[in-house]
Design a protein around this ligand. Structure first.
Ligand SMILES: CCCCCCC/C=C/C(=O)SCCNC(=O)CCNC(=O)[C@H](O)C(C)(C)COP(=O)(O)OP(=O)(O)OC[C@H]1O[C@@H](n2cnc3c(N)ncnc32)[C@H](O)[C@@H]1OP(=O)(O)O
Length: 719
């Protein structure tokens, strides 16, 4: 797992060989220990270069080994042996040096990086800290403030910036290994002690205590309950205040706590789940391995509302030419202006020129005739969408993919009005579409493997996490959202306030509670959908009691709020009061409290005390229960798909792994018991009835999440 060669007479070249990213598995650590010992002992060898095979230095510790008992040489003494040796060791960094990979490089005396290389300490994203000396060596090399930034965010740094920060000594666009070998020959005989970071003091500004305190406050605010960023600050504090050996001791202690934490397990699960969802599979047997995407060089977007504008920007950012279509000149000009401004802002952030030349704005559908793929993003209205799809089917070339950005309408119904239903697929983006990482790719019953592969691949090109889902109302994300929203409304009826419910969910880790999120999305969106489905407005069955619809409990509270002209953040009034229309500063509104009191009085509801635990259980267990139903219905392939949808599209805290992972962490018997309890108390709320899959899993002894697929009964899989 590490190859040894003697080159140019006196240089030992050690190559890590563990594709694809040369992770530091036990075998690799063993290989490094053995080859470094050999090099240090060989009198002919005067200096050493360490590099990685296939243009990748090292992606860090082997994350898969974290779940197993540790074997092989530990990293800390292995790296110490390199640093303590009396021969200069040069790290030749190509591709990436991440986590333990960068810590290995920091134990070397010099670092040469290729111009395209990336370095970083992303352990925090896995619920850990850089515990192979990273928290002690990096601050000694680059100072406290930049080290705090890198270690608490885990962000990757490009070679040129790494050079500026002092992480690497030289950047080259030539063969990095050749440059490193020459470099290694030149530095023979130069004093090594100043290059041994563990022997150096940490450069500290005079106000280091204030700096560390401010960093801690900021990190706690951003962490939303995640513990690893906080531990990272504590470890860097140790580098600032303690000698190296004591700092290392602190690093190890903090790591020991993190390593065992449920947050670390959740974050590591997310790492692999994010990659697993790319390997989609349909019940037809088609899968990512046997279905090729077709190239998309010209796309089109129909409708330049909020979603269409974001999708256009996302496509252009990925370098794809776009025809953007609106119905009237006025709408087109408005769309054009906003898209152009968005692109300019995006380009400014990246110090690039905005690629406005890639977009053709038009009101003519005829201009779509050479588009490879069209994304319809018109108003969420089935008759309108059908009309658009009919037209697309007649104007587009015969093999164009026709995609809909619907957030929950029937993709098959749209496909049925086209001449090529096999080329129709859902591409459900999340607002703002150029920012949010999630894409639900909705596979209709007639969508071809090629159409699915193309949409999934296009999502990847746009930098999205694409998840293949089946076709049902709301697909995965929005279908699970419904019980979550309904439980939140019921809790208001029973005695809670919006701020109590939101407080509990934000404490759980959501960026925004359910009512703040609804205000942000606009309350009229759901109101219109409820009117169209006859749940409110003139189409309500007059024989329905006020708080029941279609035989189930229904809360008209959100309708009442809308009837008062409170549409959310956009007009400055929703479940909260905002500083101004479009403003973000939400304050609790006494008028909402009054509305709730009057409502309870009118319906004879005696308010009771609702606590935070009930909020979390009612809202989240109802959502999770729907997730189990979705799995059994074959709308999502596995729990990882659901979890990635919630982490990337709905602000579920990543350190809790996603709803299905969270259910496993809480314990399936407990989730079942609480659902049974709430269902008994509210028998007219069907989404509280425990799902069959949850019962089967509990009956089978609550197996681990990676085996849940074996328990699915899917007579009618939609995938
Ligand atoms: C108590 C004892 C512990 C002491 C530990 C000391 C402290 C050190 C800790 C660490 O080093 S933790 C690991 C830190 N490193 C990372 O977080 C990097 C993770 N990897 C990536 O970010 C990316 O994979 C990449 C390296 C930038 C490459 O990206 P790319 O898009 O090219 O490929 P991927 O699809 O992401 O990966 C390909 C393949 O490789 C698997 N993989 C990647 N990194 C690791 C790893 N560090 N360990 C194990 N496996 C890794 C990845 O899962 C993919 O495989 P599949 O999942 O598709 O099978």
């Amino acid at each position: 797992m590490a190859r040894y060669a003697q080159v140019h007479g006196s240089v030992a070249l050690i190559t890590l060989t563990n594709p694809p990213v040369n992770a530091l598995s036990a075998a690799v650590r063993h290989g490094i220990t053995e080859t470094v010992t050999r090099a240090l002992r060989d009198p002919e060898v005067k200096s050493v270069v360490i590099c990685g095979e296939n243009g990748v230095f090292c992606g860090g510790a082997d994350i898969r080994e974290f779940a197993k008992p540790m074997g092989g040489p530990p990293l800390v003494p292995m790296i110490a042996a390199i640093e303590e040796g009396d021969k200069p060791v040069v790290a030749a960094i190509e591709g990436v040096a991440l986590g333990g990979g960068l810590e290995l490089a920091l134990g070397c005396h010099y670092r040469i990086a290729h111009t395209k290389a990336l370095v970083g300490l992303p352990e925090v994203t896995l619920g850990l800290l850089p515990a192979a000396g990273g928290t002690q060596r990096l601050p000694r090399l680059i100072g406290i403030a930049p080290a705090l930034d890198l270690i608490t965010t885990g962000r990757h740094v490009a070679a040129q910036q790494a050079l500026k920060l002092g992480i690497v000594d030289q950047v080259t666009d030539q063969s990095t290994v050749d440059v490193a070998i020459q470099f290694a020959k030149q530095v023979v005989g130069q004093p090594l002690l100043p290059r041994k970071l563990s022997t150096q003091p940490t450069p500290c500004p005079p106000d280091v205590d204030i700096l560390l305190e401010e960093a801690m406050t900021q990190v706690k605010r951003r962490a939303r309950g995640a513990i690893a960023p906080v531990a990272c600050v504590m470890a860097v504090r140790a580098a600032a205040t303690l000698p190296y050996r004591a700092g290392m001791q602190k690093e190890q202690e903090l790591m020991a706590t993190l390593f065992r934490s449920s947050q670390a397990h959740a974050l590591q699960y997310c790492f692999f789940a994010q990659r697993a969802v790319g390997r989609w599979k349909l019940s037809s047997g088609a899968h990512s391995g046997n279905s090729k995407p077709r190239p998309v060089s010209k796309a089109a977007v129909i409708g330049l509302g909020t979603m269409g504008r974001g999708i256009t920007v996302a496509l252009v950012k990925a370098g794809i030419a776009v025809v953007a279509v609106e119905t009237s000149d006025k709408q087109l000009q408005m769309g054009k202006q906003i898209v152009s401004e968005m692109l300019k802002r995006e380009a400014q952030k990246r110090n690039e020129t905005p690629r406005l030349d890639l977009i053709r704005f038009t009101t003519s559908m005829l201009e779509l005739k050479d588009s490879d793929l069209v994304i319809e993003a018109v108003f969420e209205d089935m008759p309108l969408k059908k009309q658009v799809f009919k037209e697309l089917s007649s104007v587009c070339k015969a093999d164009a993919f026709l995609c809909t950005n619907t957030s929950g309408l029937d993709v098959d119904e749209l496909a049925a009005v086209t001449k090529t239903p096999e080329l129709v697929v859902g591409m459900h983006f999340f607002a703002p579409a150029h920012v949010m990482k999630l894409l639900e790719v909705v596979c209709g019953s007639r969508s071809s493997p090629e159409a699915v592969a193309t949409a999934m691949y296009l999502g990847k090109r746009l930098g999205k996490v694409s998840v293949a889902v089946g076709n049902c109302p709301g697909f995965v994300g929005n279908r699970m959202l419904r019980p979550y929203l309904e439980e939140a409304n019921f809790l208001l009826e029973e005695g809670a306030t919006p701020e109590l419910v939101d407080g509990a969910l934000e404490e759980f880790g959501f960026a925004m509670g359910v009512f703040r999120m609804s205000d942000l999305s606009g309350l009229d969106v759901g109101w219109r959908i409820r009117k169209e489905s006859g749940l409110t407005g003139p189409d309500v069955d007059p024989s329905d009691p006020p708080r029941r619809r279609q035989g189930q409990r229904y809360s008209p509270l959100p309708d009442l709020v809308c009837e008062q002209g409170r549409l959310g953040q956009k007009n400055g009034r929703g479940w909260y009061l905002y500083d101004k229309p479009g403003g973000r500063v939400a304050t609790p509104d006494p008028k909402i409290h009054q509305l709730l009191e009057e409502y309870r009085l009118k319906h004879g509801i005696r308010p009771r005390r609702v606590d935070r635990q009930e909020v979390v259980e009612r809202c989240l267990f109802a959502l999770i229960n729907e997730g189990f139903r979705i799995l059994d219905d074959g709308i999502a392939a596995g729990p990882e798909d659901i979890d990635m949808i919630y982490v990337f599209g709905y602000g579920w805290p990543r350190h809790r792994g996603g709803p299905m992972f969270y259910a496993g962490m809480v314990g399936l018997p407990k989730v079942l018991e609480r659902l049974e309890h709430y269902w008994q108390a509210h028998p007219d709320v069907p989404h509280l009835e425990p799902s069959a899959l949850l019962r089967r899993l509990v009956d089978s002894g609550s197996p681990p999440i990676d085996t849940w697929r074996d328990f699915l009964q899917r007579p009618h899989s939609q995938l």
